[in-house]
Design a protein around this ligand. Structure first.
Ligand SMILES: [Zn+2]
Length: 255
């Protein structure tokens, strides 16, 4: 079983490697949002951030519309986002971001804070309210990820509304500034839900659909994000933040 998984990983590296090389001439003017849920390998994360820093201009999601307008032709823009905020993000990723001078957006499910300070979630600890304030103080963006992290498509609309509005006001009270970015838990949303998010005063809604941003057709409440987890190898990483991603998805019949 283990060898099957590693075979699959190697195969992905080879496919992405080939597609990445094919796409190299078009590797300009890319806009992308990437997503992490945890960071356990600090060396690997550092290398990934080095690569991104060399090849992209980092912008905060809350400034994305303005930054896209300002971007030079062929300039690569990147938003870095973290969901749920396991302690590993705080202990492993945050110091690296600080060292490299990179800013990111952290999406918080508010009821996972405080109550979960010393309680493992999915086997791992989450950060607390004080950590959120510290992250915001360092100049990173805090985004809302509901209160209870439920699939919004599967709960009554009144509850969905509460999850969206209350997570926003909770975080705004906590950090003392406005919260304009929202991440749908599990990427689950529909038109009614994205309209609620808009109505609550958010400017952006992010999903987990994997693609680059396409300038002319950007829907600010259905923004795609490229997921990076521990299985992603060096070449696949580079490929995923390039047009190779779209070729790969097309090859898999997902485009
Ligand atoms: Zn989440």
């Amino acid at each position: 079983m283990k060898s099957l998984i590693s075979l699959k990983r190697n195969l992905k590296e080879i496919i992405f490697g080939t597609l990445y090389l094919l796409c190299l001439p078009f590797n300009k003017g890319i806009q992308a949002i990437i997503l992490y849920h945890s960071v356990n390998d600090k060396t690997k994360f550092l290398k990934q951030m080095f690569y991104l820093k060399r090849n992209f201009r980092f912008v905060l999601l809350k400034n994305l519309q303005k930054e896209i307008m300002k971007a030079k032709i062929k300039e690569n823009l990147l938003c870095l986002t973290f969901d749920d905020i396991e302690k590993s993000i705080y202990t492993n990723a945050l110091p690296i971001l600080e060292d490299l001078g990179l800013k990111a957006t952290f999406f918080i499910a508010t009821n996972w804070l405080g109550k979960n300070i010393n309680r493992p979630f999915r086997g791992r600890e989450t950060i607390n309210a004080k950590d959120v304030r510290e992250i915001a103080f360092l100049g990173h963006e805090i985004g809302a990820h509901t209160m209870n992290h439920q699939k919004l498509t599967e709960i009554p609309l009144a509850e969905t509304r509460k999850e969206i509005f209350q997570s926003k006001s909770y975080l705004e009270n906590l950090i003392g500034s406005s919260v304009v970015s929202f991440a749908y838990p599990y990427g689950a949303f529909n038109k009614t839900i994205s309209n609620l998010v808009k109505g609550a005063g958010f400017y952006y809604g992010v999903t987990i659909k994997e693609s680059l941003l396409r300038d002319k057709e950007i829907n600010w409440f259905e923004l795609p994000r490229i997921g990076i987890d521990k299985t992603v190898g060096v070449i696949q990483f580079r490929g995923k933040v390039s047009p190779a991603l779209e070729l790969y998805e097309a090859l898999r019949g997902r485009r």
